[in-house]
Ligand binder design. Structure first.
Ligand code: OGA
Ligand code: NI
Length: 354
């Protein structure tokens, strides 16, 4: 990897992994093998009781149970940065519907999917993310990435029209995810004891970008990565696991822990905007996706950002004598610009450190 900054926004086109998987090869091509990484499968947690926390939004809302559930929520954000959320208020029907549309989209022939392919220099559309050099190891994953909210951000020329109900479902789904994000800001503000209205408005008018991932079965799952370990950039990500094949893993106390899919639940994963806002108290965890020998897997991930002019920096209430700000304050727009033009070698959040 060279030292010059790479523009991450331009991705080199690479073959469809779904097509590759359909060849039923016995071994995977070397461009995908990750013998550079530590053991992919087989990192068994020494403590089997380690389980990603479960938060019940109905209990957060109800005045009788709020205090106890808020403590659980606050602890989950501090110690894990990831949890499964149930009773989040979005109907099973909306989740099932988006799930079905996504499945039907990936099931289309390649030529049809390519009608909505990424254009040169853009990440949006159908393809693969962040391929910036010919030597780069590839991930066992195809995806479609679409900006969904605000409505002016939609690039309809790459919003699939097939399956026929795709657009309508994504429209509804993105608004449902915004509803969860906005609700979460209230509990975040309560947990951190910071002013909530500004945060609430920032996500109410925020940006919502949706990445649908397809992980085909892989003949050698222990040698590839579905998604390389990374930390998310936005405020948080809301992930819907589309079936019961586990694939998402989070790094906790040096162990990779599976997030076991739970029907109807949404996985909430803190991103670096939240880590900065909380002055390091809430953690944006490292996570990755592994793949399976016989089962395919799909996930739908909504990246939630505050509006572009919102100032990302440690909340003023958290800056006291003895806890100085750990990060600079920049607008969301500057923050995103910095991400796309950074040096890959520098962990992104470090670029924001004072
Ligand atoms: C992501 C992500 C995990 C998954 O898209 O940023 O972490 O399980 N996805 O698909
Ligand atoms: Ni992620």
């Amino acid at each position: 990897m060279g030292l010059e900054p790479k523009n991450l926004e331009s991705s080199i086109p690479v073959p469809s992994v779904q097509e590759l998987a359909s060849l039923k090869l016995e071994t995977v091509p070397s461009r995908y093998t990750r013998d550079d990484m530590d053991s992919i499968i087989g990192t068994v947690p020494s403590d089997k009781t380690l389980r990603v926390p479960l938060i019940d939004m109905a209990k957060l809302v109800d005045s009788e149970s709020q205090e106890t559930e808020l403590q659980k929520f606050h602890a989950a954000c501090k110690e894990w940065g990831i949890f499964q959320l149930i009773n989040h208020g979005v109907s099973d029907e909306s989740l099932r519907n988006m799930n079905k549309q996504t499945q039907e989209f990936f099931d289309l022939p390649l030529k049809e999917k390519k009608r909505w392919a990424q254009k040169p220099g853009s990440l949006e559309g159908y393809g693969q993310a962040f391929v910036t050099s010919k030597e780069q190891k590839l991930e066992w994953n195809d995806m479609i990435f679409l900006k969904a909210l605000p409505i002016e951000d939609r690039n309809l020329e790459i919003w699939p029209e097939n399956p026929p109900k795709f657009r309508e479902s994504l429209d509804r789904y993105s608004q449902d995810m915004r509803q969860i994000a906005v609700a979460l800001t209230r509990f975040m503000a309560m947990g951190l004891e910071i002013e909530s209205q500004e945060l609430y408005n920032a996500y109410e008018e925020g940006q919502y970008q949706i990445r649908m991932n397809y992980y085909p079965p892989c003949p050698q799952p222990e040698r590839v990565m579905g998604l390389t370990p990374h930390v998310d950039i936005p405020g948080f990500a809301l992930l819907l696991d589309c079936g019961d094949t586990p694939g998402l893993q989070v790094l906790k106390d040096d162990h990779w822990i599976f997030v076991e899919p739970l029907d109807g639940a949404i996985v909430v994963n803190m991103g670096q905007i939240t880590e900065i806002l909380s002055n390091g108290l809430y953690k944006a965890p490292e996570h990755r996706a592994v793949v399976n020998k016989s089962m395919e897997r799909r996930s739908i991930v909504t990246f939630c950002y505050p509006n572009l002019s919102f100032k990302v920096g440690p909340a003023k209430e958290l800056i006291k004598l003895g806890s100085p700000p750990l990060y600079k304050t920049v607008t969301v727009e500057e923050y995103i610009g910095c991400f796309f033009n950074r040096k890959l070698e520098v962990p992104f959040i470090d670029a924001m450190k004072i």
